[in-house]
Design a binder for this molecule. Structure first.
Ligand code: IMP
Length: 203
């Protein structure tokens, strides 16, 4: 068995291998599998987008021995009606720096009190199994939007995302500490259970 994960992001692949790699299954990126595809993610939810991606790649694979996985993630801010949500990567334009995006979000929350700054990172992960079975799981991490950017680890919105009851942003965590509690880590751990359950059913 092998897993092809629909991402070109090396940082994600490392995290995915760390968690899914314990199974007796090879994990390949699309590039490593020699697949090129540009799938339009036009779903309304993280789960829809993850499944659109996984199904799109699975259509190209169909070799009876491959599980195709894809994820979609983003930041959901309650005080902004869930923005940036599924538009997290595209918020203010794909090429706009996160310095600018993060500052903009802090500015938009001006005057919003501590108790109303709740937010979460969400990661939906979809799998298409060779027998046509489809599974989608969702991982989350709860936090709040801070007043300043802090930390140099991580990426994207990490410097403004603070853990509840702890004065640290996720950009101040080591990669290992972040993976242990992150939305993507949680989704991957749930997906690992799905893979094991699917394999057990086939035996
Ligand atoms: P993707 O679907 O995993 O590519 O993530 C979409 C976007 O969500 C990213 O480009 C980031 O803006 C944001 N995002 C997702 N996960 C994280 C995270 O762990 N830290 C910071 N930003 C994130």
């Amino acid at each position: 068995m092998r897993i092809i994960f629909a991402t070109g992001n090396a940082h994600k692949m490392r995290e995915i291998r760390e968690i899914l790699g314990e199974t007796d299954t090879e994990v390949l990126s699309m590039k490593e599998a020699g697949i090129e595809a540009d799938i339009v993610e036009d779903g309304q939810t993280f789960a829809e987008n993850a499944l659109i991606k996984a199904k799109g790649i699975a259509e190209l694979v169909k070799d009876g021995d491959t599980i195709v996985m894809a994820d979609d993630s983003g930041l959901v801010i309650d005080a902004l009606n869930g923005e940036p949500g599924v538009f997290s990567a595209r918020y203010m334009g794909e090429d706009t720096s996160y310095r600018i995006k993060n500052k903009n979000l802090i500015d938009r929350l001006e005057g919003v009190p501590e108790g109303k700054r709740s937010a979460r990172f969400v990661c939906a992960m979809a799998a298409c199994f060779p027998d046509g079975t489809e599974r989608v799981v969702e991982g989350k991490i709860e936090g709040r939007i801070g007043y300043v950017e802090r930390g140099a680890n991580g990426f994207g919105y990490d410097p403004i995302f603070y853990l509840p009851d702890r004065d640290v942003s996720t950009a101040e965590l080591s990669p290992e500490d972040k993976n242990a509690i992150s939305h993507r880590g949680n989704a991957l751990r749930l997906m690992k259970q799905e893979v094991e359950a699917w394999k057990a059913e086939r035996k």
